[in-house]
Design a protein around this ligand. Structure first.
Ligand code: AMP
Ligand code: FE
Ligand code: FE
Ligand code: ZN
Length: 283
C-alpha cells in the first residue's frame, strides 16, 4: 500500500487557519498518511500536533518553513527533523519573527492612511505568539470589507507594487541552509519555480545552495510553472537531490487542498534517514 505523503502544511501558529489539532484532524479526514507541519519560522505547533496525532494513523514530520532573502526576492526553505532546541536556530527565527512583527505594524501604519484598519484588527486575526505575516493583515482587511478574500487582499492591496508592503529581516538562504544542517535538519527549497521566479534560481544559484547543504527541491507545488518543474527535475537528477511534492495547505487561507501534490515513499525515506535533530511523530 502506498502512503499519501504531504510535506508542507501550515497551522494557526503561522498563517494557516487550522490549529495544529484541527490540521491533524483535517489530514486524517482527507486520508493523508504523512504530513509535515511547516509553519513559517516557528516550531511552536510541534507539541500540539504530536499530541493530536498520537494514537491515530497519521505520521507528522516536524518541520518549519524558513524565511530567507536573496537580494530583493523572498525565498522559502523547508526544514525537516531538526533539533528545535538548537540555540542558533532559535536565535535566528526569533530575530525573523520580531522583525516580522515590527514590519507588520509598519504596514498597518501605512495602510491606515488610506483604509480603516487598526493594529487591533490584525491582532484579532492572529493567534497569540503566532508568526505574523501579510496573511493576517489580509484577513483583517477582509473583515473590514476592503477585500472579499485573502487572495484578493494580496492582489489589490498587499502586493509590493501598491506601496504599503515593507520587507522584514531574513537571512541569506545559504545561511539558513547551514543553520538547519547544523541543527541536524534536512533543508528542501520550497516552491522554487513560481511564475517569474525561474530566473532567480538559475543553475549557478541552485549549485551554491547545494554546496551549502541543500538536500531537496519541492517540485510538486501548484505555484511552480510547468517549465520550471522541468528545469527543477533536470537539476535534481544531475545533483542527486530529493524531489518533493506538497499542498502548502493554509486551511481557509488558500485554495490549496491537503494531498493535492504528494511526495513518494522513497523521497520521504531519504529525508527521514538524513534527519538527525528530531524524529517523526509516528503512530
Ligand atoms: P509574508 O511572509 O508576511 O510576506 O507573507 C507571505 C505569505 O503570504 C506566504 O507565505 C503565503 O502563505 C501568503 N500569500 C502570498 N500571496 C498570497 C495570495 N495571493 N493569496 C493568499 N496568500 C498569499
Ligand atoms: Fe504562508
Ligand atoms: Fe512558502
Ligand atoms: Zn508554505
Amino acid at each position: 500500500m502506498t502512503r499519501v505523503i504531504d510535506l508542507h502544511t501550515h497551522s494557526s501558529v503561522s498563517d494557516g487557519t487550522d490549529t495544529p489539532s484541527l490540521l491533524v484532524a483535517a489530514a486524517l479526514e482527507a486520508r493523508i498518511d504523512v504530513i509535515a507541519l511547516t509553519d513559517h519560522d516557528s516550531t511552536a505547533g510541534w507539541e500540539e500536533a504530536r499530541t493530536a496525532a498520537a494514537g491515530s494513523s497519521l505520521t507528522v514530520i516536524p518541520g518549519m518553513e524558513f524565511s530567507t532573502r536573496l537580494g530583493w526576492q523572498s525565498v522559502h526553505v523547508l526544514a525537516y527533523l531538526f533539533d528545535p532546541t538548537d540555540a542558533e536556530l532559535i536565535a535566528e527565527t526569533a530575530r525573523i519573527r520580531s522583525s516580522r512583527l515590527t514590519r507588520a505594524e509598519g504596514i498597518v501604519h501605512r495602510l491606515a492612511v488610506d483604509y480603516s484598519l487598526t493594529w487591533d484588527d490584525v491582532l484579532a486575526h492572529t493567534q497569540e505568539g503566532a508568526t505574523v505575516g501579510r496573511p493576517h493583515i489580509a484577513d483583517a482587511l477582509v473583515a473590514r470589507g476592503h477585500a472579499t478574500t485573502r487572495s484578493e487582499a494580496f492582489e489589490a492591496i498587499l502586493h509590493p507594487r501598491h506601496g504599503y508592503t515593507i520587507p522584514h529581516y531574513a537571512p541569506d538562504p545559504e545561511e539558513a541552509i547551514r543553520l538547519v544542517r547544523a541543527a541536524g535538519g534536512v533543508p528542501v527549497l520550497a516552491h522554487p519555480a513560481t511564475a517569474g521566479r525561474e530566473a532567480v534560481f538559475d543553475d549557478a544559484t541552485l549549485k551554491r545552495l547545494v554546496d551549502a547543504g541543500l538536500f531537496g527541491l519541492e517540485v510538486g507545488h501548484r505555484e511552480n510553472t510547468e517549465k520550471g518543474k522541468r528545469m527543477l527535475r533536470s537539476f535534481a537528477e544531475r545533483h542527486d537531490l530529493v524531489m518533493t511534492g506538497s499542498s502548502d495547505y493554509h486551511g481557509l487561507g488558500k485554495p490549496n487542498r491537503l494531498g493535492e501534490n504528494t511526495t513518494d515513499e522513497a523521497a520521504l525515506e531519504r529525508i527521514v534517514a538524513e534527519g538527525r535533530g528530531s524524529d517523526p511523530f509516528a503512530p
